[in-house]
Design a protein around this ligand. Structure first.
Ligand code: MN
Ligand code: MN
Length: 422
């Protein structure tokens, strides 16, 4: 028996039942070198739920504790630190203005998320998110209600459309656009930007530009008289109330009709589309540049996982993943080398983050549908299924790695399910 085998055997003998027992053999196993020490370290952190070692006689924040049981007391398979993977819009300060509000979860709140940033915004009926543009591309999903959006193309054509719950829009960086809440009760939406440090408080605003241009220049540029210029806003508008617009057809006609109408479609009905994949466990709707050509730099999937179902063990080869939880309860474990894993619970209005190419799953831990969005800074949605990978390997190769025989291997689903039900 060589040293490595010896230490493995001793490590295996270490009791998984009692943390105290583990402690008593710590010195003995550590003496057998790296592997045993590693196993020892793992055992030390594997304090199963219910073990007296994890009891907490002191203070607890009951609401957080019950919402995040896996965060508070991780499963024994968790190990080490992979950095922050969770934030909630309900912890993000709201900027409330007359006509609505906004708050954001950026790289400032979730430091590893350098690719994408999210903003959650509410506009009451008639209210505007002021005419503006910015350095990042903007992807949006309507969570509630109705809105009218406009975006101008560099060739002078304009896109005007109405969006409702479950619809998307995509505005490229630098393209000037507007959002207005419609009846009966305005709207709420999620915005996703392809810059980690993007900030909604740092966009280019029409009001600020005219306020910071000498009046004689405005006069020369736009043919405005002194009394016209006196009426212009002196400060940012940002979110502000206004009258409801006329009908979509009337607004389109008012700017010049078909002759100025954009050829590019900037909205997409995501929730209404036929699922990209539908299984017993749920549904996945994938929208990327293949089916929504405007969406060049952000790919997305809308995932529904039924109670008892699970978004299978998988990873994405091309980007980190930024998640927004729309409904239900779930838990996710992310695996990262070397030997690290973190499990956390997620609920509606939470943001999840998966580092690029890290392995993960999302399990429905509630009694209702778990619905969430997966977003990637990429032109296409791509993932690998662990099951599918195992089944595309020669069985002997799998047996060599996982110690399971061919009959057992055949029980593993051969095809990628995306969402599965046991
Ligand atoms: Mn914008
Ligand atoms: Mn994923």
């Amino acid at each position: 028996m060589n040293d490595e085998m010896k230490s493995t055997t001793i490590a295996e003998r270490v009791s998984r039942r009692s943390f105290l027992e583990v402690g008593s053999v710590a010195l003995a196993t550590a003496a057998f070198g790296g592997l045993a020490a590693q196993a020892q370290q793992r055992e030390d952190t594997q304090k199963a739920e219910g073990d007296h070692s994890s009891s907490n006689p002191g203070q607890e924040n009951d609401v957080l504790l019950h919402q995040n049981p896996n965060t508070n007391t991780p499963p024994p398979t968790d190990h080490g630190d992979i950095g922050p993977i969770w934030y909630s819009f309900d912890l993000a300060r709201k900027r409330v203005e007359e006509g609505g509000w906004t708050h954001q979860v950026t790289q400032r709140e979730l430091p590893p998320s350098t690719d994408l940033t999210g903003v959650n915004m509410r506009l009451t009926a008639g209210s505007f998110r002021e005419l503006h543009w910015h350095t990042a591309d903007e992807w949006a999903y309507m969570l509630y209600g109705n809105a009218r959006v406009t975006v101008l193309n560099p060739d002078g054509t304009v896109f005007i459309d109405d969006v409702g719950k479950g619809d998307l829009w995509y505005f490229p960086a630098g393209f000037p656009h507007s959002i207005q809440g419609l009846g009966p009760d305005g709207c709420e939406f999620l915005l996703v930007f392809d810059e980690g440090l993007f900030s909604e408080d740092n966009t280019f605003l029409i009001s600020e530009w005219v306020a910071h241009t000498p009046p004689e220049v405005l006069s020369k540029n736009s043919n405005l008289g002194p009394s016209d210029i006196a009426k212009l806003p002196k400060d940012e508008l940002y979110i502000f109330p206004a009258d409801l617009p006329r009908s979509l057809a009337q607004d389109r006609d008012a700017v010049g009709g078909r002759s100025v109408q954009a050829a590019q479609q900037y909205t997409f009905k995501m929730r209404a589309m036929t699922p990209t994949k539908k299984t017993q466990g749920g549904e996945v709707r994938v929208v990327d540049s293949h089916i929504f050509s405007a969406s060049k730099h952000i790919a997305a999937a809308l995932v529904t996982v039924k109670p008892g179902g699970m978004r299978e063990l998988h990873w994405h080869p091309n980007a980190s993943e930024w998640q927004f939880y729309i409904a239900g309860k779930g838990r996710m474990t992310i695996y990262m080398p070397p030997g690290r894993a973190r499990t956390m619970d997620f609920t509606a209005n939470d943001v999840g983050f998966v580092p690029a190419v890290a392995g993960h799953y999302i399990e429905n831990t509630g009694t209702t549908d778990l619905v969430f969005l997966e977003m990637f800074k990429a032109d296409k949605f791509e993932d690998f299924s662990l099951n599918n990978w195992i089944r595309r390997l020669p069985p002997q190769m799998v047996t060599s790695h996982l110690n399971i025989d061919e009959a057992t291997i055949r029980k593993i689903p051969a095809e990628k399910q995306e969402v599965l039900m046991r």
